[in-house]
Design a protein around this ligand. Structure first.
Ligand SMILES: CCCCCCCCCCCCCC(=O)SCCNC(=O)CCNC(=O)[C@H](O)C(C)(C)COP(=O)(O)OP(=O)(O)OC[C@H]1O[C@@H](n2cnc3c(N)ncnc32)[C@H](O)[C@@H]1OP(=O)(O)O
Length: 229
C-alpha cells in the first residue's frame, strides 16, 4: 500500500511554472483546487448570505466552471495521476485530495489493518450536528477496501452490514480502523469501526463486510483501462 496516499491532502501551494506530465506537480494542482472547492462547499452549506449575494456568487461559480475546459476523462478511464488499485486516487469521494466531496480521509497502515483519519463537516450532516449515516458507511466501505489491499487481496464490496451505536459528531477529529478477519479463496471478510480520535474505546459505528476479488476475466471486463488486465 502507498501510505503517502493523502500526503497531497493538505498541499495548497501550486508551483508558479508547473512541469506538465509530472504526476507530483499535477497532483499538487489538483489538490489545491480540491482544497478550495471543499472550502467553497463548506461556506455554501454554512452561509446565511442574502439571495442577492447567492445570485452573485452563482454567476461567479458558473464562469469558473467554464474554465475547466479541454478533454474530459471517459467514464471508466483511470486518471494518469492515480495508482489503481491500491494507491493514490485523486478524485475518490472518500480519500481524494482533488474531490470537493471527500473529507478527505487520510489512510495509514495500523495494528494489522489500516487507519483512516478525517473530520466531517456541515456538508456531511445527517441529524443536526452529526454525520450522515451514509457518510459513515462510505468511510468504512472505502477503508475496508483499503484493508483488503493492505492484506494483498484487492476486492470489491459484496455486502456491508452497519451498526450505528452513537451519532458521529461533526467538526471533530475521527479515527476509523479496518482489518481483514478472514480470507476464503476470493472472498475476504473485513471488520471496521469509527471512533473519535480522542476516545478510541467508544465505538460510534461498527461494520462487517464481505469483499470479493474479481477473477481475472471479470477484472478485465470491469476495468478495461487497468494496466495488466
Ligand atoms: C484487479 C482487481 C481490482 C479490484 C479493486 C477494487 C478496488 C475498489 C476500490 C474500493 C472502493 C470501495 C469499495 C467499493 O465501493 S466497491 C463498489 C461496490 N461493489 C460493487 O460494485 C461490487 C458489485 N459486485 C460485483 O461486481 C461482483 O459481485 C464481483 C465482481 C465482486 C464478484 O463477482 P463473482 O462473479 O466472482 O461473484 P458473484 O457476484 O457471482 O457472487 C458473489 C457471491 O459469491 C461469493 N463468492 C464469489 N466468489 C467466491 C470465491 N471464490 N470464494 C468464496 N466465495 C465467493 C461471494 O462472497 C458472494 O456470496 P453470497 O452472495 O452467495 O453470500
Amino acid at each position: 500500500m502507498n501510505s503517502s496516499l493523502n500526503d497531497h491532502a493538505t498541499t495548497s501551494a501550486v508551483p508558479e511554472q508547473p512541469a506538465h506530465h509530472e504526476p507530483e506537480h499535477e497532483r499538487a494542482a489538483i489538490a489545491a483546487l480540491g482544497h478550495e472547492l471543499r472550502a467553497l462547499v463548506d461556506a455554501t452549506v454554512r452561509t446565511a448570505a442574502s439571495p442577492d449575494t447567492l445570485h452573485r456568487v452563482t454567476d461567479g461559480v458558473r464562469s469558473l466552471t467554464r474554465q475547466l475546459t479541454g478533454r474530459r476523462r471517459a467514464r471508466a478511464e483511470i486518471p494518469s495521476v492515480d495508482e489503481f488499485p491500491g494507491g493514490v486516487r485523486m478524485y475518490s469521494p472518500v480519500t481524494g485530495a482533488g474531490s470537493p466531496l471527500a473529507p478527505p480521509m487520510r489512510v495509514t497502515p495500523a495494528d494489522g489493518g489500516v487507519a483512516g483519519t478525517c473530520v466531517l463537516g456541515k456538508a456531511h450532516e445527517g441529524p443536526p450536528g452529526y454525520g450522515h449515516g451514509g457518510m459513515s458507511a462510505m468511510l468504512l466501505d472505502e477503508l475496508m477496501g483499503w484493508a483488503c489491499v493492505a492484506a494483498g487481496t484487492p476486492a470489491m464490496t459484496v455486502s456491508l452490514q452497519l451498526r450505528y451505536h452513537r451519532p458521529v459528531p461533526l467538526d471533530t477529529p475521527l479515527r476509523a480502523f479496518a482489518q481483514v478477519t478472514g480470507v476464503e479463496d476470493r472472498r475476504v471478510s473485513v471488520g471496521g469501526v469509527i471512533t473519535t480520535e480522542e476516545d478510541h474505546a467508544t465505538v460510534l459505528v461498527a461494520a462487517d463486510g464481505v469483499f470479493v476479488s474479481p477473477d481475472p476475466d471479470r477484472a478485465r471486463a470491469l476495468f478495461p483501462s487497468l494496466p495488466g488486465t
